[in-house]
Write a protein that binds this ligand. Structure first.
Ligand SMILES: *[C@@H]1O[C@H](CO)[C@@H](O)[C@H](O)[C@H]1NC(C)=O
Length: 333
């Protein structure tokens, strides 16, 4: 009986220790050289929005070679890979397109498409999403993934084409409960993660609004409706937020110190596995936190987040905020 109890405790401990952020980080580290290879291949074939055909094929080949189920096409070249089943559904999103920028001669793994360059890190983003897909798929195969689904969303045309919007219109995210995006950031230290509750960046879109007023006498403004005042109010009321996480890539040694969209833009490949681990960790944590009660019997085996882990997360968050504040101070200088 005692032995049985011991076994039970040991089994519970094994479940509880699986897929912690640290665990995922070390599993991701083992994928690093594979990820570097993927990223360099993607870097060589930068393509315009909605024309990411070679990129699409490479991702499909990757998914098929691992037997990971996927749906396509969305917005011409978009793909949604599906890991697990049922609710909750959490999505990890990456962009796929490149920029009409001439990559300087002599650059490593230089673009084979003259006039086009992955100068915004999307090759790295896709690689991190593929790394996360591999980690999560392997965990799913091993029965370690909490109940629910993780979608890995490959989105075309981020650079102005609103590929994400088209994917949504075509139903790619119909049953998704939450979606997380991430972008590399050259002014933040390599490997550091930055985000905050609430809004973090402005959305970019254009629309037309007609504000109709009601004319009258200037001496009796209470009887009139001034459209200029209303329009001025609209400007501050219609700010469109988007939630994002940033992964710093600034590394003087690796030369990754140039701005996004610069022909000199360089990615510190050392962060690839960290990005993959972060994606996978966010997905696992979401499935655990928002487990649907009674959804699947296996939910009983899903451990709640360990208090120690939660504390570690808070510490990490506090650290990230500190780094962010520091970066802001530097920006101001
Ligand atoms: C910075 O780049 C160098 C050279 O590639 C690498 O050895 C080092 O680990 C990188 N540092 C970070 C924090 O990524």
């Amino acid at each position: 009986m005692k032995a049985l109890l011991f076994l039970l405790v040991a089994a519970l401990a094994a479940v509880a220790s699986a897929l912690t952020p640290a665990d995922l980080l070390s599993r991701a580290q083992a994928l690093q050289s594979w990820m570097v290879e993927q990223r360099r291949e993607l870097h060589k074939v930068p393509e315009p929005g909605f024309k990411e055909f070679k990129t699409h094929s490479r991702i499909v080949r990757f998914l098929e070679s691992h037997n990971i189920p996927y749906r396509f096409p969305y917005a011409k070249t978009g793909i949604v890979a599906e890991i697990g089943s049922g609710k909750p559904v959490v999505a990890i999103r990456t962009d796929m397109d490149a920029l009409p920028i001439h990559e300087p001669e002599g650059a490593a793994f230089r673009s084979q498409h003259e006039g086009w360059m992955h100068a915004c890190g999307h090759d790295g983003h896709m690689t991190m999403a593929m790394g996360a897909a591999k980690l999560l798929w392997e965990a799913h195969q091993a029965g370690e993934l909490p109940p629910g689904s993780v979608y890995i969303v490959f989105q075309p045309a981020e650079e102005g084409g609103a590929g994400g919007d088209i994917m949504i219109q075509e139903g790619a995210l119909e049953d998704v409960d939450a979606i997380f995006g991430m972008h590399v950031m050259p002014h933040l230290p390599a490997g550091s993660v930055h985000t905050r509750p609430g809004t973090i960046m402005a959305g970019a879109l254009s629309f037309r609004v007609t504000v109709a007023g009601r004319g009258g006498h200037a001496a009796m403004p209470h009887l009139n409706v001034d459209p200029v005042v209303a329009a001025a109010g609209l400007v501050s009321a219609l700010q469109v937020p988007c939630a994002l996480t940033f992964l710093g890539i600034r590394n003087e040694t690796a030369g990754s110190v140039h701005a996004l969209h610069s022909p000199k833009f360089t990615l510190d490949e050392g962060v690839l596995y960290k990005g993959a681990a972060m994606h996978a960790s966010v997905a696992v944590n979401y499935l655990r936190t928002y487990a649907v009660p009674g959804g699947q019997a296996a939910a009983a085996a899903t451990p709640a987040q360990e208090p120690a882990e939660a504390e570690a997360d808070e510490e990490e968050e506090a650290e990230a905020e500190e780094v962010e504040a520091e970066a802001e101070r530097k920006d101001e200088l």
